[in-house]
Design a binder for this molecule. Structure first.
Ligand code: CMP
Length: 133
């Protein structure tokens, strides 16, 4: 099924000039960029994005990280885009990510893990409305 998914190239990646290196991974794998923008995320946007983690011990840290400097939000389209993009990104913890995944290549830590991608059709719809309203 053709799907659209929401990806964030997070502040740690933009700070290290990795936007191009990350986009190459998606485009080489046949995913189409449908929409893209550089954003200074507000606290409200970050809190909405991480709503499911509200109340967890690392929630405030996640929100300050996502708002500390610009991020790139993009919508990618392709066959089974949601699972394919998550496979390209690798596991949440870069230490456990398979070789050649984006997080294994560039991730710094569990919190500063370089990229985000929606985990389901529902979250893709919800997250797209936060970043591209
Ligand atoms: P992401 O895929 O953007 O979605 C939720 C984020 O929560 C995840 O990436 C991690 O960056 C972060 N996260 C999950 N678990 C932890 C944790 N134990 N400590 C810090 N950050 C976490």
């Amino acid at each position: 099924m053709t799907e659209k998914t929401l990806v964030l190239i997070k502040p740690d990646a933009v700070e290290r000039n990795l936007i191009g290196s990350i986009l190459v991974e998606y485009e080489r794998n046949g995913l189409k960029v449908l929409d893209m923008k550089l954003i200074n995320a507000s606290t409200e946007m970050a809190e909405q994005h991480y709503a499911e983690h509200s109340g967890k011990p690392f929630f405030n840290r996640l929100v300050s990280y996502l708002t500390r400097s610009p991020l790139v939000a993009l919508v990618l389209k392709g066959e089974n885009a949601i699972s394919r993009v998550r496979a390209l990104n690798g596991t949440t913890d870069p230490e456990d990510s398979q070789d050649n995944t984006i997080r294994a290549l560039y991730g710094l830590s569990m919190a500063e893990n370089t990229v985000h991608a929606s985990d389901s059709l529902e979250s893709a719809t919800r997250e797209r409305s936060i970043w591209f309203s």
